[in-house]
Design a protein around this ligand. Structure first.
Ligand SMILES: Nc1ncnc2c1ncn2[C@@H]1O[C@H](COP(=O)(O)OP(=O)(O)O)[C@@H](O)[C@H]1O
Ligand SMILES: [Mg+2]
Length: 431
């Protein structure tokens, strides 16, 4: 029995075995001495182990809770976890603790914002039901309104008979990670919104152009009527004259509305700021990988690489719009590579050219035929079954609004390069 116990200690079992064998052969006094020495050695080893565990408990940057009863009435926490919960390490952190001991400075809610009953918290379930809980997310809401998102793991501690006698829990604070994801999602939504807005903008501009023509004709005809007496020598009846004036007034009003609408669309909601293009490129790549990659139907892996010129001057742009252009180009490049069923990388480059910064997206995809390059930029031109054909036309109008140029060149070997410039001297509307 004793021998079995020491065997649990692994490497030390041999020493214990031989100690016991020696004790068996020796005299009583000798035996006691040998056994006492062995007990002292085991105590020292145990003490070392306990110190190691205590130190780990204290320094590990993960919140840890330990409960030694199946109802989790007492949870001891390490300093990391105590800090997250706003407690002292000496305090009982258990929500199922009796009376005064129960912490009241925070509540735990699930991701839908519903209060979690005290006996339904992960460690409580784990200790009571002997079950392991993994990757469980909860929000801890503090008295001052601060919310901490925790990723939890809980495992039961079992007694010799295999019954749960407590639980250990590990808690990682993922508040920062979650809010970064949240920011990313919001930015994506903003890009999608800008995309819709610029589509709407293009449609309004097109519509305004279409409406202006008949409006101009209507007012020309009305003016011709006003000049009728001079040109024909016949007077215009008063009623008719008044009606013609009314027609003119109304067409002018309509013209004014159209003009206001187009200036409104042109102004959009652009907010020019000075940006480091390389930072913007890196952001977009991270965004593409985290948000667009999972949404794309991709059979092959398309590596996304960068070749960024250092020390580029900062330029004044609307960052959301330029991000949108990059997202469009990168997405097209990946789609063209996928269509060609190749695994060539997509490379985003930045460089300084005469009086501008140039950004290009190269792919080894299907490529573009020289004779169709201008067609690609037409609104609604698409060769994809689910394409809309607005990406390139919107991108081009955004870049031209920034005083730059966007074009495409076929690559020497395979695929195409879409490139655009952003002038260092931003046009006046960006100042
Ligand atoms: N990198 C590329 N390689 C080859 N063809 C491309 C590339 N980018 C765009 N095209 C062509 O230009 C068309 C228009 O692109 P776009 O305006 O973004 O609309 P969509 O992506 O919805 O088709 C695409 O359908 C495709 O035929
Ligand atoms: Mg596209």
């Amino acid at each position: 029995m004793k021998v079995d116990d020491t065997r649990v200690e692994g490497g030390r079992a041999t020493t214990a075995d031989s100690t016991l064998a020696a004790a068996h052969l020796a005299s009583d006094a000798e035996r006691i001495r040998i056994l006492e020495a062995e007990v002292a050695r085991l105590q020292a080893a145990l003490h070392d182990r306990a110190t190691e565990l205590e130190t780990l408990f204290d320094v590990i940057p993960v919140g840890i809770g330990v409960a030694l009863d199946p109802e989790c009435k007492h949870i001891r926490v390490n300093s990391g976890f105590a800090k997250v919960l706003g407690l002292e390490t000496s305090q009982n952190a258990s929500k199922t603790a009796d009376g005064e001991e129960r912490p009241t400075n925070f509540v735990c809610v699930d991701l839908q914002g519903k209060l979690i009953p005290d006996d339904q918290l992960p460690m409580q379930i784990s200790a009571r039901e002997g079950q392991e809980i993994r990757d469980h997310e909860i929000d801890v809401i503090h008295e001052d309104g601060r919310i901490v998102r925790l990723l939890e793991y809980a495992a039961p501690l079992l007694d010799a008979a295999g019954r749960p006698r407590g639980a250990v829990g590990a808690f990682v604070d993922i508040t920062e990670r979650r809010s970064a994801e949240e920011r990313e999602r919001r930015r994506l939504a903003e890009i999608a919104h800008v995309s819709r807005l610029s589509t709407l903008g293009e449609m309004i501009s097109g519509l305004a152009h279409e409406i202006n023509q008949p409006l101009a004709s209507a007012s020309n005809f009305a003016r011709a009527c006003q000049r009728w007496p001079q040109t024909s020598g016949m007077p215009l009846p008063d009623d008719v004259r008044r009606l013609v004036e009314k027609i003119l007034g109304q067409t002018e009003r309509a013209g004014e509305i159209v003009k206001r609408l187009t200036t409104f669309v042109k102004k959009g909601a652009s907010t020019p700021v000075f940006v480091d293009v390389n930072v913007l490129v890196r952001d977009v790549i991270a965004l593409t990988k985290s948000c667009f990659y999972p949404a794309m139907k991709r059979d092959l892996e398309t590596p996304l690489l960068t070749d960024l010129a250092p020390h580029l001057p900062r330029i004044s742009v609307d960052p959301i719009q330029i991000e949108q252009v990059l997202v469009n180009l990168i997405r097209n490049a990946i789609e063209a590579t996928q269509e060609a069923r190749l695994s060539a990388p997509v490379i985003v480059r930045t460089m300084r050219v005469a009086d501008a910064v140039q950004i290009s997206v190269s792919d080894g995809g299907t490529g573009v035929a020289a004779q169709t390059t201008s067609e690609l930029f037409e609104p609604f031109f698409t060769t994809k079954p689910e394409g809309i054909g607005l990406g390139l036309s919107i991108s081009r109008s955004i870049i031209e609004n920034h005083g730059g140029r966007l074009w495409v060149e076929p690559n020497a070997e395979q695929g195409a390069t879409f490139a655009f410039t952003l002038p260092l001297d931003a046009p006046t509307q960006w100042r």
